[in-house]
Design a protein around this ligand. Structure first.
Ligand SMILES: [Zn+2]
Length: 267
């Protein structure tokens, strides 16, 4: 079994403030960099318990250079940095993988659920809708797995995100690391969280994972509401895109890769 794991940081157990997830060599960042690494190790252990032969881990937060690779099991390949491929947080994912896991993901822009809730860019994007479904990074990248026929078997992150996952992909196993309340979080104990991740990943990968393959629609209609009208105006010149109102751009395609390409060049 070949497993792909995409790892973000804002949904790692207890993360509450930007200074805990930004490279600035503060003790706060280092503490959560270590915690992020430990949650990845637990998810890898769970995958290996279920018989994974090979695990590709994408460090998909900020610089893409957070996870401490020395701590990872030996059958892991770690993707650091950003290639510039439109698949972004799941770059290198293809149909040779048997399953996709997401660790440390977070609630979307335009919703509560995490003090750090955002989608792709907290500076640029107010909200994203795909086929009228308000979209998080989980949903944006989950559709890539859907296109490739790769089941999305496990997602960990804040409770708000887990509700979205249950709504969109009810057969995907979720693990809630914390509840976001305004600018605060109420989190479970980190070690308990890791034990739950390992157990749930093992059981998710040991079950019938084919029921975690998403339907892939024939047409994708994207609406991106930007925070600034200037950014929307610029994005509206992307081939095929148009302005709906001063801050909202519409783009439609039969090929989901074009949605991710639009995001790459406009956000
Ligand atoms: Zn992130």
């Amino acid at each position: 079994m070949k497993v792909y794991m995409s790892v973000d940081m804002e949904g790692i157990t207890g993360v509450t403030h930007w200074d805990e997830v930004e490279h600035n060599k503060t003790s706060a960042y280092i503490q959560f960099q270590e915690r992020m690494t430990k949650e990845v190790v637990s998810a890898c252990k769970g995958a290996n318990d279920a018989g994974a032969k090979e695990i590709w881990v994408k460090d998909a937060h900020y610089s893409g250079r957070n996870i401490l690779s020395e701590k990872l099991p030996k059958n892991v390949k770690l993707i650091r940095g950003w290639s510039g491929h439109p698949y972004s947080m799941v770059q290198e994912l293809d149909n040779s993988f048997d399953a996709l896991l997401m660790v440390g993901y977070h609630s979307m822009a335009g919703r509560s659920g995490n003090p750090l809730a955002h989608t792709m860019s907290s500076a640029k994007i107010d909200s994203i809708f795909i086929n009228d479904q308000q979209s998080s990074e989980f949903f944006l990248h989950g559709n890539i797995a859907g296109k490739l026929g790769v089941p999305l078997v496990f997602v960990s992150g804040d409770a708000g995100l887990c509700e979205e996952v249950q709504d969109v992909s009810p057969n995907t196993t979720t693990h809630a690391t914390m509840v976001g309340v305004g600018d605060s979080t109420i989190s479970i104990q980190p070690k308990e969280s890791r034990l739950a991740i390992q157990k749930k990943v093992k059981s998710a990968l040991s079950g019938d994972i084919t029921k975690c393959i998403w339907d892939h629609p024939d047409l994708f209609s994207l609406e991106v509401k930007f925070i600034k009208h200037q950014v929307a105006y610029r994005a509206s010149h992307y081939p095929g895109a148009s302005l709906i109102d001063a801050k909202t751009v519409h783009f439609e395609t039969h090929n989901y890769d074009d949605i991710m390409r639009f995001m790459l060049f406009t956000v």
